[in-house]
Design a protein around this ligand. Structure first.
Ligand code: GLU
Ligand code: MG
Length: 486
């Protein structure tokens, strides 16, 4: 497929205006205004001085597209100040890229013309420990006139975070990263693993001892606090979790963690896959989102009158999230391959229910141990995977949660045990394919309003196009096509 080719999308009315004119979505647009140019210039000079002493040559500025792929523009260190003042040019059509680099279009965003400016977030810029000479910063996208780009997923997450703050609420979030590691030289279609140790086995940790140490070292040198690293269930699979932080920060961190794991892997002659499934039928890679809701320094998931100590606000928030899970899959489970992972008895959370420490429930409540609950209580959205754009995932969950909180929703009864063993029909299955979650997304006024029309439509177009791409493909074909894209 050549650049500029438009993937057939029966429902899109043709290339839209490349320079979207729609206003940013309604969640706190003022929170995402660009700071004054002089201030940005000064801060960039300070950052460049710091990076120079770390022998940094260039800064990679990333954004994540609607297909969940991290895209990048890099500038030499000497150009950081200019990039901070004027942004780096990026084409708006990236908003309608698919995971295989085909390009679709959407009613508002798409087509070959127009330009956006990508601004590095200087608060997050950090030298990359596993890529000597490189630093990384997540980017926000604005128009040439300096207005927030309504298709920018990170600005959407920032607006959602600001909408919580407007209610006096803050969130702590963390995204678990699971990956499968294979020998770099193994055939694409038949990954060979560098360890054959059992699931969660010390055997695997011993086989890949130096590699895992180097992953830990690189993450620490980049200022990340690792909570755990361990082998996972599937062949060659591992997981790392890091300390919780604000939702936008957690989304940034999930990008940084994945690319750090990738860089360390390459240095060890290994290749990695964060794809939802590496082998059809096997347990896949999740991208579980943990989150807790706080008001004035108090964890609202603890000490309240609701189930397991939830306060009414936390219960309303979680009820809103639980209710919206079918449509949230459009944001948190981007690839059609995600539905091969999201099946019962894979700890992926294939059922729309909640339960204390229930690993088969899409929403797992975690209270923590006696004595640490005020700090530790949180909820885990298990059905998401790492093909998600993490900014869309956190922003969508916040929007759905705030809607539930505003409507004072209550949680349905808890489900304990394995939903797959329950009387058929008692526990709803989450969508089993993209068509079902897209239908829920199209009914969701909450997500539509929160995302704003340009972003809402761009996500819809990308999901439709990818779902059409794989409509006739069997599980092995889908797994093979997506295995090395994420
Ligand atoms: N790998 C599983 C998934 O696809 C999750 C295993 C776990 O509970 O950590 O989500
Ligand atoms: Mg895991």
């Amino acid at each position: 497929m050549t650049i500029g080719t438009v993937t057939a999308d029966a429902t899109a009315p043709g290339p839209g205006s490349a320079q979207p004119s729609g206003a940013a979505g309604p969640l706190g647009p003022a929170a995402v205004a660009l700071p004054p140019r002089a201030e940005r210039a000064e801060r960039a000079e300070e950052a460049a001085d710091r990076l120079r002493t770390a022998a940094v040559e260039a800064v990679a500025v990333t954004w994540v597209d609607n297909a969940g792929i991290t895209r990048v523009k890099a500038v030499p260190l000497g150009g950081l100040a200019h990039a901070a003042q004027w942004g780096v040019g990026t084409a708006p059509c990236f908003d309608v890229f698919l995971a295989d680099d085909a390009i679709t279009t959407s009613p508002i965003i798409g087509g070959p013309t127009g330009d956006l400016r990508l601004y590095p977030d200087l608060d997050r810029v950090v030298p990359l420990a596993a890529q000597p000479g490189w630093a990384w910063a997540p980017g926000d996208r604005y128009t040439q006139g300096g207005a927030p780009h309504p298709g920018c997923q990170r600005l959407f997450a920032r607006r959602a975070q600001a909408a919580a703050a407007e209610r006096g609420l803050s969130l702590k979030a963390g995204i678990e990263v699971e990956w499968v590691v294979a020998l770099a030289g193994s055939p694409q279609e038949e990954p060979r693993y560098p360890t054959h140790g059992p699931a969660y086995g010390m055997h695997r940790l011993t086989d890949l001892s130096d590699y895992l140490r180097d992953v830990l070292r690189a993450l620490r040198e980049q200022g990340l606090e690792v909570l755990q690293i361990h082998p996972e269930y599937s062949p060659g699979q591992f997981e790392v979790s890091v300390a919780p932080e604000g939702p936008v920060g957690a989304a940034d961190t999930s990008v940084l963690v994945r690319h750090t794991v990738r860089a360390v892997s390459a240095a060890h002659g290994l290749r990695v896959s964060f794809a939802p499934v590496v082998e059809a039928g096997a347990v896949g890679n999740g991208g579980h989102l943990h989150l807790s809701l706080w008001r004035e320094g108090r964890n609202l998931g603890h000490g309240g009158p609701g189930p397991h100590g939830l306060t009414a606000e936390a219960e309303g928030f979680l009820a809103g999230v639980l209710d919206a899970l079918p449509e949230l899959l459009v944001l948190g489970c981007s690839s059609p391959a995600g539905y091969l992972r999201l099946v019962p008895s894979h700890w992926a959370g294939a059922y729309q229910c909640w339960g204390l420490e229930n690993r088969e429930a899409a929403l797992r409540l975690v209270t923590g141990s006696t004595g640490e609950r005020a700090a530790a209580a949180n909820a885990e959205v298990k059905c998401f995977d790492a093909s998600a754009n993490p900014y869309l995932a956190v922003g969508g969950v916040i929007a759905a949660g705030l809607a539930g909180l505003d409507q004072r929703l209550a949680l349905p009864p808890e489900f304990t045990g394995d939903p797959a063993a329950a009387e058929p029909g008692t526990v709803p299955r989450l969508p089993t394919g993209p068509a079902e979650s897209l239908a829920a997304y199209e009914r969701s006024a909450v997500l539509r309003e929160a995302l704003g029309e340009p972003l809402y439509q761009a996500v819809l177009a990308v999901r439709r196009a990818e779902s059409e791409q794989y409509a006739a493909a069997g599980p092995e074909e889908v797994a093979a096509a997506t295995r090395w894209r994420y």
